[in-house]
Each structure stands twice: as C-alpha cells, then as structure tokens.
Design a protein around this ligand. Structure first.
Ligand SMILES: Cc1cc2nc3c(=O)[nH]c(=O)nc-3n(C[C@H](O)[C@H](O)[C@H](O)COP(=O)(O)OP(=O)(O)OC[C@H]3O[C@@H](n4cnc5c(N)ncnc54)[C@H](O)[C@@H]3O)c2cc1C
Length: 389
C-alpha cells in the first residue's frame, strides 16, 4: 500500500492503515518539518480526531494557541462576534503547519508506517488499473492500492482525471506572518472589506505577538479583478480598521501563495487501484477555505475503505465505492451548502451588511469595533507605518 503525500490527509490515512496492521509506505517530496501555505487555523474537531488517533495531548498543549471567538467584519463598518465551538476540553487552535503536520507525520511513523522522501511523477497504469507510482530518479514502486494525498497540485489527480477543476470551484490565497500587529487574545478575525471583495482577509494570532494574515478569493472572480494577491494583502493592511494597529516595527514576512480546490465539484475520487483524498480530491470548504479537518476525515475514511478492499483482495473501483459513499454521507451537504453560501456572500455585500448590523446591535458592538481592540487586550504598539519587504 502506498500513500503519496504526508500532509494531514496522507499522514492520517497512513496512521489508520499502520494501526490496522497493514504495511504502508508513505512518500513525500519534502523532508519534515516543512512549511505549508495556510491560515493555520485548526478546528476543534480536527484536534479531537488527532487525539482519537493517539497523538499525545501533551505535545499539542505545548505549542498550540487556543482561539475562542471569531469576529466577522462586514463590508460596511459593522462587525459581530461568535463563540467558536469547543468540546472534549479542546478549543480550536492556531498552530503553524510546520508544527502540526510534523506531529501527524511523526505519529504515522510511530504507528508503523515507513516513510521515504520521493517525488511522485505519475501513477503507473496498466490495462486501465493503477498498479503503482513512478518516482523521479527511481524506477516504479508497485502496490495493490495507491492513496493520493499529494495536495492541491496532485500529480496523480492530474494524470487520472478526465477534466480540470473549473475556476468557480477553486480559490487562490496568500498567507503571510505579521509581527507587531495589535491582536485580541484568543480571537480570530475575518474581514469582508469592500476593498477585498469578492474575497476576504483574515487575521489569526499564532501567539500574542505574531499573526497569520492572509487574503483569498474564488479563482474565477480573482481573474476578473486584474490584481495580485500581494496587492490585495497591502490593501488589507492599509484599511482604516487595520493600519492603526500596525506598530512602528511591524514586519510582514514568509509570504506564500497557494491554491485551494473546493469539495463542491462533482467528479469521481476513485479509480481501479487508486483513490484521492484531502486537497488532491478537492475537499476544501468553499465557504471558509478550511480543508485540514476534511483532509483528515477523508484520510480516516480512505484508510478504512482500503483495509476492507485489501481484506477482500479487490481494490477495484466497485469495492472502493464504499469510500465515495462514506465521504458523501459525512461531507457533501456541508460542501454543497458552503458553495452556495459563499456565492451569496460574494455577490451581495449589502445583505452581509444587513446581517452584520442586526447581529452587531444584538451584541452591542455597533459601529467600528477598533476601539474595543485597543482597550482590553494585548499592549498597543505605537501607531506607525508597517515595514514591508
Ligand atoms: C493560503 C491558505 C490558507 C488556508 N488556511 C486554512 C486554515 O486556516 N484552516 C484550514 O483548515 N485549512 C486551510 N487551508 C487549506 C489547507 O491548507 C488544506 O486543505 C490542507 O493542507 C489539505 O491537506 P492535504 O494533506 O490534503 O494536503 P497538503 O497539506 O498540501 O499536503 C500534501 C503533501 O503532498 C506532498 N506532495 C505534493 N506533491 C507531491 C509529489 N508529486 N510527490 C510526493 N509528495 C508530494 C507535499 O509536499 C505535501 O506534504 C488553507 C489553504 C491555503 C492555500
């Protein structure tokens, strides 16, 4: 059994298979720990799943920054806050992917998966059936089943799929780290500012001093905007609600751009001898851009489907249909509903303003909320221009 890609999807699938007593080879083109373009926001349910798989809670508690509230700023000057769901003694967290992914990868190895650094170039297909992968600078590696977890630019998905993902089911996003930005403790922010529409910006504190700051937009709409993500980030940081929060020594660094494939696109994720999980299968939420939890869920479901297929000695598409049924039951309503909710948000800033006004008044946080950011939490750096690379 081969799993290609050791991000959350691949490491979780390899863990489930290794814990089920299977011989599993996990391949990734890079060594770990490695960075990944991401907002770094890991929902509580993903952390809970991580602990269910046996990852040590002590390691998690040591370096994850808990977040308890989400603040949504509408295109006008209204904003409202919602509590983030906590459960099983866990909050959602912001954690650098360098740390999070390495923990899952270590756990897959600890559970018994073998790991090798190898860049997979394409699947090996014989008589319409995937029988292994072709690796750069090596010959083929053969296996009864290949699980493709090689992310949004998956070489395996590209070779197997008959169609390309339409731009309306994709997004592009940029993440940077910003030091010296005034933050509210344990609060994540999403900004639907007019300047960024039909996209949005986020500020997710990694700790009290540094934030993951980013912008993202659906790809078809981005192409029409005739701009770059870097320009959008600069516009975001210049907003009247953000610029005063940047201290004199503010610094923007580690800028990365990547793409996201929404799970709302209808296409098969299974072939004879192969299945696609995580971003390789396009399981990102079209509403939030979040994909870590869905990647982990598809890793678990694929692990179980693969074990059943191997036990039956049959890794054909008909046996792997169990995986399609399982992920659809678990994720489809949310993915499809999220697609339409996201279309509504990007097409109607006035409606978003209306909802925000209602909620903001209920919470007595009407009007620009910057004052609240300044009063109560992290010490305020003196205002000044941000230094940018
Ligand atoms: C800017 C941005 C912000 C985001 N913010 C969030 C967020 O805050 N919260 C959230 O939940 N989700 C977020 N997402 C989505 C999230 O990052 C992905 O959904 C998630 O990483 C999917 O995990 P994965 O394991 O499927 O893929 P990945 O994490 O991309 O892992 C794929 C792995 O495959 C390896 N690989 C790739 N090609 C090959 C090859 N040819 N051969 C061998 N190995 C290969 C890569 O090295 C990598 O390790 C964001 C995405 C972007 C782009």
């Amino acid at each position: 059994m081969i799993v290609v890609g050791a991000g959350p999807a691949g490491s979780v699938a390899a863990t489930v298979l290794a814990q089920g007593g299977r011989d599993v080879l996990l391949l990734d083109r890079t060594r770990f720990p490695r960075d990944k373009a991401c907002g770094d926001l890991v929902p509580q349910a993903a952390l809970s799943l991580m602990l269910d798989l046996g990852v040590s809670d002590a390691a998690r508690a040591a370096c994850f920054y808990p977040v308890r509230r989400l603040r949504i700023a509408a295109p006008g000057d209204r904003a409202f806050e919602v509590a983030l769901r906590a459960g099983a003694g866990l909050d959602s967290c912001v954690v650098r992917r360098e740390v999070f992914d390495a923990m899952l990868w270590e756990h897959a190895k600890w559970s018994g998966a073998r790991f090798r650094v190898a860049r997979v170039e394409e699947p090996v297909v014989e008589r319409g059936r995937v029988v292994g992968v072709r690796v750069r600078d090596e010959s083929e590696i053969r296996a009864e089943l290949v699980i493709a977890a090689d992310g949004a630019t998956s070489a395996i998905a590209r070779a197997l799929r008959a169609t390309r993902t339409p731009d309306r089911h994709r997004a592009v996003a940029l993440r940077a780290y910003v030091d010296g930005l005034e933050l509210v403790d344990h609060l994540v922010e999403v900004h639907y500012a007019r300047e960024l529409l039909p996209g949005y910006g986020w500020i997710f504190p990694v700790d009290g001093r540094c934030a993951n700051v980013g912008v993202g937009m659906r790809l078809d709409l981005f192409r029409r905007r005739n701009t770059t993500l870097r320009k959008l980030l600069d516009e975001f940081l210049r907003l009247p609600s953000i610029a005063p929060r940047l201290g004199p020594s503010a610094r923007v660094h580690d800028v990365l751009v990547w793409q996201l494939n929404f799970g709302s696109e209808v296409f098969p994720r299974i072939w004879d001898g192969a299945l696609l999980i995580g971003d390789a299968g396009g399981f990102v939420s079209p509403l939030t851009g979040g994909g870590i939890h869905n990647a982990m869920i598809t890793g678990v479901l694929a692990g179980h489907a693969a074990m059943r297929a191997l036990a039956a000695g049959d890794a054909s598409r008909s046996t792997l249909r169990a995986f399609e049924r399982a992920w659809r039951r678990r994720l489809w309503v949310k993915l499809w509903g999220g697609y339409w909710a996201q279309r509504w948000i990007t097409s109607s800033p006035q409606l978003l303003d209306g909802v925000a006004a209602l909620l903001a008044c209920r919470q007595r946080i009407c009007g620009s909320d910057v004052a609240r950011l300044h009063g109560t939490h992290s010490p305020r750096p003196a205002p000044g221009p941000a230094s940018r690379p």
